[in-house]
Design a binder for this molecule. Structure first.
Ligand SMILES: [Mg+2]
Length: 210
């Protein structure tokens, strides 16, 4: 791809247990509850020039518990709340498949990160992944992002305990707010992206290739 466009930095965000409280197969907008500190953290990242991209495995769709339309309603609610804080998710990627179903995007596949790189002109060397599961960290490693961060919200504390002493270079922080602080320190002088305006775009699921 044209290097001229490969200049933007993004933070790839897991959804459940990272941005919002993991309520196990959450499928209703009214169940959306942002984890304290999340909004403020995201706002700081946006102010520093980071693009925000949410990447979420929603196996509840593949398992037949709810539909992709339900997922999109949840994301619409999240977008409204985020917008009230001046925060835009520039892209949202959903892998709706169950773990045993073919999927080109289900984490830890790096495919959605590659798609976002191509779509938004991202430099993955300057991007970060934040999540509460090992597969989130792996997704970042598989895509070649600068760093994967584990939050201690959601499943994070358990993941940290299970992998103590072998975090493979992942950064462990208390929550999304702390993740944002860490990323901003790491990126030091800011990422100087152009400020983008416009509405959040749901790219949706990546259909398995025939
Ligand atoms: Mg999660």
């Amino acid at each position: 791809m044209n290097a001229r466009f490969a200049s933007a930095a993004a933070v790839f965000l897991d959804r459940d247990g990272t941005l919002i409280v993991d309520k196990s197969y959450l499928s209703k907008p009214e169940e959306v509850e942002f984890i304290p500190g999340t909004m403020e953290g995201l706002k700081k990242l946006v102010s520093a020039g980071f693009r925000l991209v949410m990447v979420t495995n929603q196996s509840g769709v593949g398992r037949g518990y709810f539909t992709l339309a339900d997922v999109e309603k949840v994301h619409a609610r999240m977008a409204v709340e985020l917008k009230s804080m001046g925060v835009l998710l520039e892209a949202v990627y959903v892998a709706p498949e169950a773990p045993d179903q073919p999927s080109c995007g289900r984490k830890p596949s790096p495919q959605f990160l590659f798609d976002a790189r191509d779509g938004l002109g991202l430099d993955l060397d300057r991007c970060y992944v934040v999540g509460d599961k090992w597969l989130d960290l792996e997704t970042g490693w598989n895509a070649g992002t600068r760093r994967s961060l584990l939050v201690r919200t959601g499943h994070g504390r358990q993941v940290e305990a299970e992998n103590r002493g072998n975090m493979r270079g992942a950064v462990v922080v208390d929550d999304m707010g702390a993740a944002a602080e860490w990323i901003l320190r790491d990126a030091k002088n800011g990422v100087k992206n152009e400020v983008k305006t416009g509405s959040s775009e749901t790219i949706g699921s990546c259909a398995p290739k025939a």
